[in-house]
Design a protein around this ligand. Sequence first.
Ligand code: DON
Length: 579
Amino acid sequence: MRPIRYSFALSMLMFLPAHAQQAADAVAPEGAVDLSTEATAPVEAEDWMVAAANPLAVEAGARVLREGGNAADAMVAVQAVLGLVEPQSSGLGGGAFLVWYDAETGELSTLDGRETAPMDATPLLFQQDGEEMDFYDAVIGGLSVGTPGTPMLMEVAHRKWGRANWAGLFEDAIGHAEDGFEVSPRLAGLVAEDEYLPGSPSAAAYFLPDGAPVAEGATLTNPAYAETLRALAAEGAGAFYYGEIAEGIVATVRDAEKPGKLTLDDLAAYEVVERDAVCAPYRGAEICGMGPPSSGGLTVGQILGLIEPFDIAGMGPDSPEAWRLIGDASRLAFADRGRYMADSDFVPMPTAGLLDDAYLEERSQLLQGDDALPEVNAGSPPWDHAMLWGDDDAIEMPSTSHISIVDGDGNALSMTTTIEGGFGSHLMAPGGFLLNNELTDFSFSTHEDGVPIANRVEPGKRPRSSMAPTIVMRDGAPELVIGSPGGSRIIGYVAQAIIAHMDWGMDVQAALAMPHLVNRFGTYDLEAGTSAEALAGPLGEMGFETEIRDLNSGLHAIAVGETLSGGADPRREGVAIGE
Ligand code: DON
């Protein structure tokens, strides 16, 4: 496809709804910069579409849909291939959240396939001699490995909604694992720059054969992974949670130089949980996503709820004022996230209160004014549970992958899947997949000023996530299926793309490609090498600290209208395919 020069000023004239068109016709806002970028045209289709982070994985999903499978079936095929060709990001050794729109019933639901802390873990898991461990000391090795949820999530989704033959869904992945796949530039680059792989024998044997990093374009086979997939295909997820594969996982964790606490009992006890979607109103639509233990749905919903009273569409994407509002709304939402959000099966949480209309309206008043908020604190959402929580201090690092699928029946699936950081714990199980380091998404400290932290480690608990698989619903039907990797910046990437599409009228590909601006805790991150850098001046004058840096989102989205329109984040290697 031929890249076209995409100017936001031009896009506004072409695509904006009437109320925003008036603003586009008006003079440029004070301090406006031209946030132009390059974007290809979105992929258009009539019937079905898959968008994900690797062409081989998307092809596998497309084949399933072409042959009459549905979105749940296609997800299994996509995930099985992603675990092979993008092993640093997601796979059988990790966890995932899935949002499902069922065309037959009109219902939305979610599956929580998040990893759990082993039953032997305590709140002091990441402390040594009373001190919090260094982040990477905790990440690398067995201590960070939670009980994987992805294999069971694949099976539960297929059992609930799928219709294709289960075993057939693994064919493409098994074929690529046995015949070999071409190492992508991104995988080769990440292997070469990872300083911990050489010291992790199980992972080094695969990623650095003969001591040298696998090269871009080389053919890599993974016979152990093929064997694991054959077992899953023949016996279902039970083959993963009991028997030889489970024993291999536990031995890898417990025999690691830094051993962890995972046991066969943890694997045998693992359950995927079906939960209600969390939905927040925005511009006449409902933004629906993943509730606790993810903070994704609530924080995206809060950001949008806080800016709803403002004419973001009229201001346009080039206006520093729009970014002041989005940035400070995000800081307010992250302050609530840090205090209140965690696994609500373990700690009481004001889930409804955080999206309460009156509460958001009151918090939104803080955004009146012209300058960046000097100080941001958690609010007091309505809550009938008198409880004091300390602010948490979890750190999250890049990897992860997002899959968006719409099938010919109109079902929609949005799934974000992860092993947490790049290459997870850096432990490779004998079954040919990396084990997650998801437990480092917990807070390392247990208390703040003597007050307990909601997201502290507890046995069996799921670490708080930022993953935000989202389906935007309008009049009871999906309008946009979207999500991204990016650690806690996921929330900003997803909120920004929704604003770009809904307020600024950008097509789905342009909304994913536009330069990123993300604010979580005060510093405004501006995407390096893009026109977002030009906002450093105006935002600095408003009182924001700014930092120019790489912002590695991996957004994949499908807009659903009369036809389907899909996009893949140009920052990664993904594609959208539809027919
Ligand atoms: O669940 C979470 O929020 C994180 N473990 C996700 C990690 C991630 O997105 C890294 N991305 N680039």
